[in-house]
Design a protein around this ligand. Structure first.
Ligand SMILES: [Zn+2]
Length: 144
């Protein structure tokens, strides 16, 4: 797999220094090219934090700051998005989010993934899916 950070986002650089080797080891046959890009405020109508479009992961510095995510929590959120790509989750699959969370746990970021989800719940920005978010915390707790 190729992981590229053309905008040299510092948090992505740090993530890749810590986890690129482990990712290559977990997915030795993966030939995907995955890119990281900033999500500018003007393009962020839905106030997304970290989102993925095909094989590009976008990070909103502003929304990450508003949520108060620490660097290890940002790493967990990046791992979650990579999990969607590398495990080829289907958006309508009942376990798509849990599958993506599995990759965060595999990188040793399960506890941080839980606190990310707790911060999202506390922010009340995705109120309509709180029960799904709680289900993810329960799943991650059982993985640990
Ligand atoms: Zn997800």
């Amino acid at each position: 797999m190729i992981l590229s950070n053309p905008f040299k986002l510092p948090v992505v650089d740090a993530f890749l220094r810590c986890y690129a080797e482990t990712l290559q080891r977990l997915f030795p046959d993966c030939s995907l090219e995955i890119k990281f890009k900033p999500l500018d405020d003007a393009d962020n109508e839905y106030r997304d934090i970290i989102v993925r479009l095909n094989k590009t992961i976008y990070l909103s510095e502003k929304e990450i700051g508003k949520l108060g995510l620490t660097p290890p929590e940002i790493f967990a959120a990046i791992a979650h998005e990579l999990g969607h790509i590398l495990y080829h989750t289907h958006p309508w699959a009942y376990d798509a989010e849990e599958r993506a969370d599995t990759l965060a746990a595999q990188l040793g970021l399960g506890a941080q993934m839980i606190t990310v989800i707790e911060k999202i719940i506390a922010s009340r920005r995705f109120r309509h899916i709180t029960s799904l978010l709680v289900k993810r915390i329960q799943y991650l707790t059982h993985l640990a």
